[in-house]
Design a protein around this ligand. Structure first.
Ligand code: ASP
Length: 359
């Protein structure tokens, strides 16, 4: 194992500190807080839906000595290929035309390379296509028809990503959008709202190499061609091999304006602990949010979550409202960990969601 003396001493010191520190809800700036079960490197973290993926990526890194990006891409592929996950890849909720359009991006710390795709259709594993853009082209991002053409040329399988369940949900949404259209009420009186969902995963291996990836079908019923933060390097994810990695899930429009993942990594570069960096970024998001999306107390009417992983293996996550969790795999095994938060969920104002006439 190729580990420098400085890194070894750093990891050892933080592991010892674990025994005496418990995790504060709000870490203060500069405080090097440690997750209660901190076990040092390697570590893989993800949004909560990545619980199977972090276990897979951690196994690949520790047992097969896999590259960190290969491992986390394999981790997110589990959700991308799962037709029951309606937030990414196959089975993702479609845009307003009933077409599934995917966004993804990734960064490889050791080689300082990145790739992205936006509004990709008919190929489930958008993360792998983003990685192919990184591996096989001199570009960083391909979009729409060009991204699909590239993917097919690279040998990716073309398939219809709209599952029957997602098609039915789309039909329900269409029958709810206004009282004067020509769509009849759907037989199933379920309230269909906008929904979000994405998977972000970040890993650091034993020697401190880091990678990050994020993949999504984006906000449901979006305007065709809408691109969210998951395609934007620096917003949906970011990785700097000298500092750490970060990523986001939730309302991409809010995250893009603050370059959230990049901002977190820059805060960690200045010595801010991962959890505190995530909280500070949520503060920044709120400060940059237009009035229509805030309640009278200045609280956001949307969800946004951040995840951060430092080079030494410390990690943290934060959400605007309580109740958030994220997935972690390290020597203590795969598990869900509670995110820090700004406000209690009970204080959350209603989203400006569309009102379904059946509800
Ligand atoms: N961030 C994604 C987007 O805005 C959606 C999500 O994470 O739920 O496209």
């Amino acid at each position: 194992m190729n580990i420098t003396r400085r890194e070894f001493i750093g990891a050892g010191a933080t592991a010892v500190a674990t025994m005496t520190l418990s995790k504060p809800l709000f870490a203060v700036e500069g405080e090097q807080s440690l997750p209660a079960t901190f076990a040092g490197r390697p570590v893989v973290i993800a949004s909560a839906n990545g619980i199977r993926g972090v276990a897979k990526a951690y196994d690949m890194i520790t047992r097969e000595n896999a590259d960190t990006l290969d491992a986390i891409v394999a981790g997110v592929n589990i959700q991308e290929l799962d037709p029951n996950d309606q937030s990414v890849g196959l089975g993702g909720l479609p845009n307003e035309d009933g077409v599934v359009q995917l966004d993804a991006c990734c960064m490889h710390g050791p080689t300082k390379r990145a790739g992205a795709v936006a509004a990709l259709e008919d190929v489930a594993t958008a993360s792998l296509v983003a990685k192919a853009v990184m591996d096989y082209t001199d570009h960083i991002m391909l979009v729409g028809a060009g991204a699909k053409k590239f993917a097919l040329e690279m040998g990716f399988e073309e398939q219809n990503l709209l599952t029957e369940k997602s098609r039915q949900d789309w039909l329900k949404w269409k029958s709810c959008i206004n009282n004067n259209d020509n769509w009849l009420d759907h037989s199933d009186p379920v309230k269909i709202k906008y929904s979000t969902g994405t998977i972000n995963m970040n890993a650091v291996n034993a020697t401190g190499d880091i990678s990050s990836v994020v993949t999504t079908s984006g906000i449901s019923w979006k305007i065709p061609g809408r691109v969210g933060d998951s395609a934007i390097i620096g917003a949906g994810q970011y990785c700097d091999n000298t500092v750490g990695a970060a990523g986001s899930t939730g309302r991409g429009e809010a995250n893009i304006k603050v370059c959230g993942a990049f901002f977190i990594v820059e805060l960690m570069r200045q010595g801010v602990a991962p959890e505190a960096a995530c909280l500070k970024t949520i503060e920044r998001v709120i400060a940059m949010t237009e009035k229509r999306l805030l309640d009278y107390r200045g609280r956001p009417r949307f969800d946004l979550s951040f995840y951060a992983l430092a080079k030494d293996g410390r990690f943290g996550g934060a959400t605007a409202y309580s109740g958030g969790q994220f997935a972690v795999a390290d020597a203590s095994g795969p598990r869900l960990v509670e995110s820090a938060y700004m406000f209690k969920m009970t204080e959350r104002p209603a989203s400006p969601a569309m009102v379904c006439r059946q509800a």
